[in-house]
Design a protein around this ligand. Sequence first.
Ligand code: HEC
Ligand code: HEC
Length: 263
Amino acid sequence: MKASLALSLAILAAPFSQAADVEAGRAKVAVVCAACHGPAGVSVSESIPNLAAQRAGYIEAQLKALKDGSRKAPIMNAIATQLSPEEMANVAAYFASLPGAGASAKSDFLANIAKSSVAFPEGYKEKFAKYHTINFPAAKQVRYYYANDVAARAAREGKALPDGSVLLAEVYSAKLDGSQNPMADEKGFFVPDKLVAYTAMEREAGWGKDFPDMLRNENWNYAVFTTAKQPRPGVNQAECLACHKPLDKASYTFTLKELAAAR
Ligand code: HEC
Ligand code: HEC
């Protein structure tokens, strides 16, 4: 009696007592997580937490919460949904095995993931269709969205955006009134003041091949340009890829519906 009870308890407990695979965790981190958390758990920027020397149980609990959505963080929600429980245990064990780092230590971006092939689309104002406008009250900005013919035609026909598609957004600060609130026009859109930057996404054959599947958005590349139309330094393309990744049914764009409806 006693023996069989002990045996069935052991069987019940088996899935949880399996040792995590630190080496498999290291390999996963090297190609995906390293783009933001660094290959040894020392992150690439102030807005991303270090994970080196973090407790494995805490890391696993956070990944589960990020996967089921009870913890909201768009970039990590997109990453965690793609991890199995085994992968979570493995990366957690790997990060927990690493020494912690000093407060000022920072890792470099992963070169293959940070590199974007998008060039500034000169002449877009004449050649592209302006298809949408969005107010950003918290940032006190207004953004205008443009698409080239290839993208606009595909969207109109209800097709996925093919290679050759280019989308560009102009980011403007809003004109402020006396109490520092954005002024709006008769349609409710903020009145633009100064151009702040451009963001762009473009897809061409072969452009996604250097990205791991967990981050790849088919052939899309992303870029931010300064007002002088130069690539903005310090942009980690991994963040763009991660956040747009769940939009795979909408050609990885947030505004496909608006583009399809634009005349
Ligand atoms: C594109 C960048 C990016 C990638 C790639 C990425 N992360 Fe993150 N991660 C973040 C950011 C940003 C946060 C902070 C989220 C927040 O604001 O709550 C975060 C938070 C976390 C946290 C919570 C830490 C805490 O202190 O609560 C864990 C755990 C984590 N990431 C694990 C991973 C793992 C494992 C991978 C690889 C499979 C990974 N991340 C890949 C950007 C990234
Ligand atoms: C935290 C999530 C998030 C991240 C990270 C992110 N985006 Fe987006 N992106 C959005 C959302 C939401 C929209 C829809 C409207 C908007 O915010 O402009 C959008 C819209 C866009 C658009 C207009 C086309 C579309 O998808 O509707 C472009 C171009 C774009 N983003 C480029 C970038 C680039 C370049 C980066 C990286 C530097 C980036 N995005 C990072 C969430 C994100």
